[in-house]
Design a protein around this ligand. Structure first.
Ligand code: G6P
Length: 366
């Protein structure tokens, strides 16, 4: 294992740094670069779908929740997302025109597999976005959608997650074209964002020293609250999960607008709030959330993009600018920021980054 880590201290660190490359590799399966068109795998027909049900566990389920915003926004496709452990035991009300997509790095997660079997038995078309090609989920799905992240060793998923996002983004654009919801110019813009992702993700890795500094402050606090709106809400959930998993710090993710419905009661000088704020239509709403927590003493870190950073420079104690603009691209760059925050806090805490206590890479029993 020592050799496989190369010059990196941890597999997780290595896997974070592999992201520009594996994003490029995954994209090559979903985008025809010469003509800038998304390529959907054979049999993957979004035009005939009335609803897409997305089911997964853990980090993969958060990729599904990000994709929910994208499929709705770009393709006008109704989406329902559920965690597999709930989905498989509820009385699902399936409808004609439903298809189901399962997301799994390992392709072996017990709950996700059983949820897929249940959908197959109910007659739904099953799609599986998997990283391990010869896994059980890949074998049993009607349509296999690969992520090409390569083997992921660190228990906390990083490169597999970002590859899931990239594949889902390309699929949502493809779905938008198929369903007549995206015109050529908009689709081309989104695809060019995706093609630029490896470069921008690489640039984001250069923020490491800045993030290390911030991690010291975060690690001194009692807890961390991540907030985001829109697709950044599930990214806030993922940021909090990553931090909990490897640093054991208490962290939660909330939709910015939900602060006032409970979490704001937690805020004091010991709490760090990490706000994920791109330059989009929710910027003013995000500003107001930041003010609500800052005025109650929270240590506020704003993760911005080049558009939102100048607009928020007076609001934040600390501002990190992820070097990417665009609805999809900024989210990918901010994904790297939340991974690096978790990694550096864990280093400071001295935990076992690659094999955190009580966690398994793949949960193959219930
Ligand atoms: C475990 C891992 C997580 C992962 C989840 C789902 O809990 O520790 O990192 O997100 O399982 O795994 P899967 O292989 O189905 O993506």
């Amino acid at each position: 294992q020592q050799a496989d880590r190369g010059h990196y201290r941890h597999f997780m660190q290595k896997e974070i740094h592999e992201q520009p490359e594996v994003i490029g590799r995954t994209l090559s399966r979903y985008v025809d670069v010469p003509n800038g068109q998304p390529v959907l795998p054979v049999g993957c027909n979004f035009a005939d779908m009335d609803r897409l049900i997305i089911v997964a566990c853990g980090t993969a389920a958060f990729a599904g929740r990000v994709a929910e915003y994208w499929f709705e926004r770009y393709a006008g496709l109704p989406v329902k997302v559920d965690v597999a452990s709930e989905f498989r035991y509820r009385k699902n009300a399936f409808m004609k025109g439903d298809a189901a997509l399962f997301i799994s790095q390992s392709g072996e997660t017990a709950d996700t597999l059983e949820a897929m079997r249940l959908c197959k038995a109910a007659g739904l078309k099953t799609l599986a976005l998997v990283n391990v090609e010869h896994s059980t989920i890949a074998r049993e799905a009607d349509i296999v959608l690969p992520t090409l992240a390569g083997p992921e060793i660190g228990v906390a998923s990083t490169k597999a997650f970002i590859c899931q996002l990239v594949a889902l983004a390309a699929m949502s654009v493809g779905a938008g074209i198929d369903r007549g919801k995206l015109d050529e110019a908009n689709a081309a813009q989104l695809i060019s964002e995706l093609n630029a992702a490896p470069r921008h993700v690489a640039d984001t890795l250069a923020l490491q020293a800045e993030i290390e500094d911030i991690a010291h402050n975060i690690s001194r606090g009692s807890m961390v609250i991540y907030i985001g709106r829109n697709a950044y809400f599930p990214l806030a959930l993922e940021g909090a999960l990553k931090l909990k998993e490897i640093s054991y710090m208490f962290a939660e993710g909330y939709a910015g607008g939900e602060l006032k419905h409970g979490p704001i009661a937690l805020i004091d000088e010991d709490v760090s709030v990490i706000a994920l704020v791109p330059d989009d239509e929710m910027l003013e709403k995000n500003r107001s959330s930041i003010r609500q927590v800052a005025s109650r003493g929270a240590h506020v870190i704003v993760v911005a993009d080049p558009g939102s950073a100048p607009k928020l420079s007076n609001e934040a104690e600390v501002l990190i600018t992820a070097p990417a603009t665009g609805t999809i691209l900024t989210l990918l760059a901010q994904t790297v920021v939340v991974q690096l925050i978790a990694y550096h806090v864990a280093l400071i805490k001295g935990t076992d980054v690659d094999q955190p206590r009580n966690l398994a890479k793949s949960v193959t029993v219930e």
